[in-house]
Design a protein around this ligand. Structure first.
Ligand code: NAP
Length: 287
């Protein structure tokens, strides 16, 4: 029976460590604020934004909140991002996705100063991740690396199979596990023989966005299974991409949904904000 990886506990540990770090930075005169922009009032986005503001308050950093109307134009949003780029006290800028369809997400992501790109989605952050330079890594995959490391799971030399190739999870996940010296296979909707490839994984990371899709036939005995998916089932219960009850007896370790990967995303966002503060005012010079 698999060990359940407790993302709630690990994210709390990280937030407590960050709280101490923030307090030490304040003694050195280094402080900062996260600016969170939400366009429209999508209920799920509102919950995420509220959780982010609460996490800032918990670790002791400021947060500025911009709740813009659904019909805000792209120009108005870009003007706000530009204004925040120029504010010294703002060390991180986060635009909650998805944006309304009349706004081009790429234009907005590109407008955020790479020095304040705490989501790690700017092409410069992505490029740095790809060539192994320090920079902001996307929070969900960075959180998964922390889940593995803090659970004592060796990554180096392991065969890591990632299901999904999105810009926010699958691709950065592949780069981060590669950086940790795993042998990495990335799979997607056009992959042939998916169960056979997945059964070769020592670490299977599932980010496909398909509720309860991955069953026992995808998992090798003793594999570590990380479930990134998050859905509500017909009974309004949260579930992941993995058939948990079917896979748990086969795996050596597994993340539950909820309480696995989910809580790590905000913890790593806070980690990125603290990194932004640590760099101090001359972030451009320090790279
Ligand atoms: P996405 O952009 O929809 O990407 C899904 C990926 O899965 C795509 O690359 C797709 O392949 C692949 N895929 C879909 N069906 C497949 C199949 N039958 N076989 C193999 N691959 C398949 O989703 P995402 O943004 O990466 O998110 C994935 C899941 O994680 C979602 O449930 C999302 O809600 C969740 N999520 C959770 C957190 C968290 O904090 N816990 C954060 C982010 C996302 P193609 O590229 O070929 O289409």
């Amino acid at each position: 029976m698999a060990v359940r990886i407790d993302g709630k506990k690990i994210s709390q540990q990280i937030k407590d460590e960050l709280k101490e770090k923030v307090s030490a930075l304040r003694q050195e005169g280094k402080e900062g604020t996260l600016a969170v922009i939400q366009v429209g009032a999508d209920p799920a986005s509102s919950v995420y934004v509220r959780n982010k503001k609460n996490a800032c308050a918990y670790i002791g950093i400021g947060s500025l909140s911009y709740e813009l109307k659904e019909d805000t134009s792209e120009e108005e949003l870009l003007r706000l991002v530009e204004e925040l780029n120029g504010k010294e006290e703002v060390k991180g800028i986060l635009v909650q996705l998805p944006l309304p369809s009349h706004i081009c997400e790429a234009n907005v992501i590109h407008a955020i100063s790479p020095e304040k790109d705490v989501d790690g989605f700017h092409p410069q952050s992505v490029g740095k991740l790809a060539i192994g330079e320090p920079g902001f890594a996307p929070c969900t995959p960075a959180g998964i690396i922390q889940l593995l490391k803090r659970s004592g799971i060796e990554i180096a030399g392991k065969h890591c199979v990632v299901i999904g190739r999105s810009n926010i999870v699958g691709k950065p996940m592949a780069l981060l596990t590669l950086k940790e010296n795993a042998t990495v296979t990335v799979t997607h909707s056009k992959t042939k023989n998916l169960p056979e490839i997945c059964r070769q994984a020592d670490i299977l990371i599932v980010a496909m966005g398909k509720p309860r899709f991955i069953g026992a036939e995808y998992v090798k005995e003793g594999a570590v299974v990380i479930d990134v998916g998050i859905h509500r089932d017909a009974g309004n219960k949260l579930c992941g991409d993995v058939k948990f009850e079917e896979v748990e007896p086969i795996a050596s370790a597994i993340t539950p949904v909820p309480g696995g990967v989910g809580p790590m995303t905000i913890a790593m966002l806070m980690d990125n904000c603290v990194r932004g503060i640590e760099k101090g005012p001359n972030t451009m010079l320090q790279g």
